[in-house]
Design a protein around this ligand. Structure first.
Ligand code: KG4
Ligand code: ZN
Length: 338
């Protein structure tokens, strides 16, 4: 049984073919980084137009690499939200066209849940309950999964996402886009203790996140210490900022892990590619004695294999038939996490 999955929620045009198992037969991702880099962030209208230009080629490429013909696909899966509405509509309309023509079932997939599924794609043995931190350019959310496909939202960011904060500071200092990987590279030789960043504290006991305070603190330090892309203190500053973001994420996550007695912990999403976050997470999870998982870097950033994996999990769990049903063509995109 074959699934073709499409992801266009932000600035990656992606398509993947999976077989039940799940087995990834192809996972093609076209990044638009070069299109948005001059602006220091994603320009929504350019993103939609770029998806429109690339989608048919990327889908064809995913079928060619997998060696599967379009008329052999049993199910279509597509990211339904959250994300940029114009971008989502390109993938959704394209997938609807295919599902309509071949009279097959189309499954709308949640982007954030798909990020979590990336960890299950590589690790079949994950034991529940699971605590999952999704941390990317658009999202920072903490979920408790008591069992497979059962997502309880414990907290989410009240302002910026963690990746967004990294991207904005990189943009301010004219370091390049996307900011996360650039900051990781430039911060590597830095001393994270030189500049002091106070971590945000939620006044209530919730597991929400907030990164706007850290961003303001960073802008204050930039002004006071006269940090620029050429200054000698840049590496120390970036190491301090990156480390503060990592500590804010993990402090919240491990507070929940302590309270809820989790069996497994996982982090996913684009920012989970970050080396400092990965190593700190591993260290703390080990000392807690919990199982821990991080998808491989290619499955952390946006891709369609994670969308196909979640589609397959749903098909199996809900015994969904491949034959088209009326509801497939009624699917609408949603911009925000419901
Ligand atoms: O998951 P993703 O591809 O897209 C969203 O769903 O938002 O994540 C993109 C985000 C960007 O903010 C980017 O700066 C960040 O992931 N990112 C990183 C690294 N690689 C990507 N942040 C920190 N360190 C990295 N190595
Ligand atoms: Zn994402």
């Amino acid at each position: 049984m074959f699934v073709l999955a499409i992801e266009t929620s932000c600035d990656e045009t992606a398509s993947a073919v999976l077989r039940d198992g799940p087995e990834v037969l192809s996972n093609i991702v076209l990044s638009q980084d070069e299109v948005h880099a001059p602006y220091g962030g994603v320009v929504p209208e350019l993103a939609s137009r770029q998806h429109l230009k690339s989608i048919d080629y990327i889908v064809r490429e995913s079928l060619d690499v997998a060696g599967v013909r379009l008329d052999h696909i049993d199910y279509f899966g597509v990211t339904q939200g959250p994300g940029l509405i114009g971008s989502l509509l390109v993938g959704l309309s394209f997938a609807k066209g295919l599902a309509y023509y071949f009279r097959k079932r189309l499954l709308g997939i949640d982007h954030i849940q798909a990020h979590i599924e990336a960890a299950f794609l590589e690790n079949r043995e994950i034991v529940f309950p699971v605590l999952a931190l999704v941390v990317s350019g658009g999202h920072t959310s903490l979920f408790h999964l008591k069992k497979k496909l059962d997502y309880e939202l414990l907290g989410r960011t009240r302002d910026d996402a963690a990746g967004e904060a990294l991207d904005k500071i990189a943009k301010f200092l004219d370091l390049g886009y996307p900011g996360g990987p650039v900051i990781q590279r430039l911060a590597e030789p830095g001393d994270s203790g030189r500049f002091e960043f106070t971590l945000p504290r939620m006044t209530d006991r919730s597991h929400d996140f907030s990164f706007s305070g850290l961003k303001t603190a960073a802008l204050r330090i930039i002004r006071e210490a006269k940090i620029s892309r050429d200054s000698s203190a840049l590496a120390d500053f970036l190491a301090g900022f990156e480390s503060a973001i990592v500590r804010a994420l993990l402090e919240n996550m491990f507070r929940a892990a302590d309270r809820l007695e989790m069996k497994s912990l996982l982090i996913c999403g684009g920012v989970a590619r970050n080396k400092r976050l990965r190593s700190e997470f591993e260290k703390q999870a080990r000392s807690l004695g919990a199982n821990f998982y991080i998808p491989s870097p290619k499955l952390c950033t946006d891709n369609a294999a994670m969308v196909g994996a979640l589609a397959l999990a749903k098909i199996e769990r809900e015994k969904i038939s491949p034959n088209a049903d009326g509801s497939s063509l009624d699917l609408d995109a949603y911009p925000r996490q419901p």
